[in-house]
Design a protein around this ligand. Sequence first.
Ligand code: XMP
Length: 321
Amino acid sequence: MEIEEIKPESLNPDDFIRQKVDDVSSAVGSGLAVNALSGGVDSSAVTLLGHRALGERLKTYFIENGLMREGEPERVASLFKGMGIPVEIVDSKKEFFGALKGLTDPEEKREVITQTFYRAVLARLVRESGAKFLLHGTIYTDVEETVAGIKRQHNILEQLGIDTEKEFGYKVLEPLVQLRKPGVRMVAKALGLPEEVYKRMPFPGPALATRVIGEVTPEKIELVRKATTIVEHELADTEAFLYFAVLHENKVPGMRSGKRDYGWQIEVRCWDSKDATTGSPTRLPWETLDKLAERITSEVPGVVNVTYNITNKPPSTMEVV
Ligand code: XMP
């Protein structure tokens, strides 16, 4: 890869921020830029960096794709409003679910989310706002895995030879691309983001769609969203790198009140990892697993079975799609 990685031990966050603020200012000049904020550490850091460089000439959107976790759009918009950064929530649920209809192949699902995000929704916002630049939270690991052909990360464009100016009508600026997650967290902290943001666990760009095996529908997203809330709550104290719920494609036989109950299967994954390149399942106490199974089968409608992933990455990947 041509990008020069900056490792945490040689990163000075304040110098890095000064440099990137200068880079963004000179690239955008007196023009306008937009960015999409998801509330994760990468896009939050880019939002603050961008606002430091451009002030009101950066317009920040939260794309409500219908695939986010419970209460996210409102929570994120209000957090940034509190920091003096207005965030516009763009309701694009119909576009995303329409595009995903009927698709089951993981790479096709990822591709269609990318296209809807960049070609349909963001390109329209850029056109309407008169901006020429998209500020983007791509990090080193995203590029690495995509270029290596492991998994197409949703936010990789130019590194795959996509000319974004020609294809989508805007240039992409990626101020964090030399950093991995630990470096981004250092920068996010130095930018003054609260701990709940700079320590936040990763969440993938294609959001809960990466946690539904098979076709993604609003109903299935609702199930995995409910299970995710439970998993995040029950595992909050583990300090694991990443934990979440997955909805399996097929229903399985179960029983309730002595009768057959054909229902959904949820898989729980919880990862120990330093930077997502490799990972191993957290050795959770049996009582915790027991509680997860109990809560998920009683609180998520139609779920009759809960499993826990015990495979390392590799050969597994962290997300299921
Ligand atoms: P995998 O599943 O590739 O996950 O082992 C490694 C890390 O990357 C996150 N991930 C993504 N992040 N866009 C992102 O921004 C994506 O398309 C994507 N896919 C996976 C995943 O959550 C984990 O932290």
